[in-house]
Design a protein around this ligand. Structure first.
Ligand code: OOB
Length: 545
């Protein structure tokens, strides 16, 4: 198959290298260098288990040997769907050591999403837990394999835990303890080049199926390092990973990679509850963590109980969705921390408020770009820049923002401007200081507390229901989630209830967070002047919260 991956021009690449943003080092080599430089420091903690940098490096070798023994090698894509546990990090670096490419799936993804990811990425393997959150991922993998048929790309299922007896299902534990086939050290990174794709992230999506985002070693390590610099990370940093590890925010903004590149310690939280997190803060001396806005009130309530010693915690990042200003104002004093707002996207651009920004900016803006070479345009409907302070769509390009989705040439033609700017679909205002305020969205997406739902994807599934003739999924303001999803449906007879729709979509293999919070029957869908479904008018029909 001939494919062209849109990427940065030679001139831009040279500029980013000359500026020191792109350092020409792969993740596999970085880990080896970390082990050589500070091998005795603790890199990773999960419950009672801990790995020094030297141990993490040796473990990456073992995992690479096991995966390499399955025939996985440079450039091969592997879907990683693991909950928050150390194995996510071990598998990730094991793949980097082979020059293979992890595809970050979310724990909540189901048959539809995982099947699509395998096909879209051409993945040769998936790594899953046996069970998680009362769900059997082996069963999911059986269904995905059956759907792919014998000609599908998927060859291996690696199971963390009990693999069962299916052919092609192998135990992670057995892989990593296999004796070496060949002796002596191989390359640190399977011979990968720093300009190669190091991982594939998933877009929040605005179309029927989520797109894959190629991130190179050069660009993604700059993403992590630029964030780490703004957050002043160092060897004393202890980062608590509360949100899913596969989320770009948790993994590299600065998150896991930024912390490891700074020589700090990553602590994995198995769930995002404040009780779990605060116990880890006390025990491990956590200094930094990141949250989505719906967690903030729970964390404040628990901290206000006064039963925890949070003295080590110095910075709490909040991002993924708009943080209500009142919460931004109260979070710092309640936890005794510096708050940092984060407005980022898997596609690239990361905006952070600075640790020394005046309070007004921290409370009321979503930060400014981390790199001096991030280019941001705020434009009107005709693509013309608007003055500072006026609202417009955010377009961006730069040293770590993609130039094209993976194998999505048609979508790429409209998702980018001819000169390579990514059309974010976010409506922002830019202040003279460069800080951005997110004021809305023109993409047809619902942001449910940081989890993104492409309206079209759910609408397509709703139309498969025999009783539903037309459907529109609309985001409406919600106290808890910021936004919740309401499905407006047109039916000849009685409309299915919210629960029935949830069961129907679950049966079709859709991730649970995409199910509509509410189903409302309407006689017809109102249209705008240009004949599109008028979602604003639909939202206006609901009683105000
Ligand atoms: C993060 O990444 P994605 O890819 O899940 O979602 C990106 C979209 C943005 O385009 C924007 O619509 C929304 O999420 N968003 C925010 C926001 N942060 C993200 N909207 C309002 N306020 C914010 N602070 O969500 C992501 C990636 C890296 C770091 C942080 C978040």
């Amino acid at each position: 198959m001939t494919e062209t991956q849109r990427t940065w021009s030679e001139a831009e690449s040279a500029r980013y290298r000359a500026a020191g943003h792109w350092q020409g080092t792969t993740f596999g080599t970085r880990l080896r260098e970390g082990a050589a430089g500070h091998g005795g420091r603790v890199a990773l903690v999960d419950g009672e288990r801990r790995w020094t940098y030297a141990e993490l490096d040796a473990e990456a070798d073992r995992v690479a040997r096991g995966l390499g023994g399955l025939g996985i090698g440079r450039g091969d894509r592997v879907v990683v769907q693991l909950p928050n546990c150390a194995e996510f990090v071990l598998v990730w670096f094991g793949l980097q050591r082979l020059g293979a490419v992890p595809v970050h799936a979310m724990p909540g993804h189901r048959r539809r999403e995982i099947g699509h990811l395998v096909r879209a990425a051409g993945a040769v393997a998936c790594v899953v837990p046996d069970r998680h959150a009362r769900f059997d991922h082996r069963e999911l993998m059986r269904e995905v394999r059956a759907e792919q048929g014998p000609d599908g790309p998927l060859r291996h299922v690696v199971v963390v835990g009990e693999p069962g007896s299916d052919e092609g299902f192998v135990s992670f534990e057995a892989l990593r303890t296999k004796p070496p086939l060949v002796s002596g050290p191989g390359p640190h990174d399977g011979g990968a080049d720093a300009a190669d794709v190091a991982l594939l992230l998933l877009s929040g999506g605005t179309t029927g199926l989520p797109k894959l985002i190629p991130r190179t070693h050069d660009d993604y390590s700059y993403n992590a390092r630029a964030c780490a610099e703004v957050c002043a990370l160092g060897t004393r940093t202890v980062y608590l990973a509360v949100l899913p590890l596969g989320f770009n925010f948790t993994f590299a903004c600065p998150g896991v990679l930024g912390t490891l590149m700074a020589g700090g310690t990553v602590v994995v939280a198995p769930d995002p509850s404040p009780q779990t997190a605060f116990a880890l803060v006390e025990r491990e001396g956590v200094t930094l963590t990141s949250l989505t806005p719906p967690l903030v009130p729970h964390w404040m309530d628990e901290a206000a109980s006064g039963s925890w010693d949070l003295a080590s915690l110095s910075v709490v990042q909040v991002g993924g969705a708009r943080l209500p200003e009142d919460h931004a104002r109260r979070l710092g004093p309640t936890l005794g921390v510096t708050v940092q707002q984060v407005f980022g996207m898997a596609e690239g651009l990361i905006n952070l408020t600075r640790l020394d920004d005046p309070e007004d900016l921290v409370h009321a803006t979503q930060g400014r770009p981390v790199s001096p070479d991030d280019e941001v345009l705020v434009v009107d409907a005709d693509g013309r820049p608007v003055p500072d302070g006026a609202a417009g769509e955010l377009l961006t390009r730069g040293p770590y923002t993609l130039r094209g989705y993976y194998r999505a040439e048609e979508h790429n033609r409209t998702a980018f401007t001819p000169d390579g700017y990514y059309r974010s679909g976010d409506v922002v205002r830019r202040l003279p200081s460069g800080h951005l305020v997110v004021v809305g969205r023109i993409k047809d997406q619902i942001n449910r507390g940081g989890e993104k739902v492409a309206a079209v994807e759910v609408e397509e599934q709703l139309l498969a229901h025999p009783a539903i003739a037309a459907a529109a999924l609309v985001g409406v303001p919600d106290e808890r989630w910021g936004e919740r999803s309401v499905a407006f449906v047109v039916c000849a007879g009685a409309a299915p209830g919210t629960r029935e729709v949830a069961a129907f979509l679950k049966e079709r293999g859709l991730a649970g967070y995409k199910t509509p919070d509410e189903v409302v029957q309407v006689p017809g869908l109102p249209l705008t002047a240009v004949g599109k479904v008028d979602k604003a008018a639909l939202a206006g029909r609901l009683p105000r919260p």
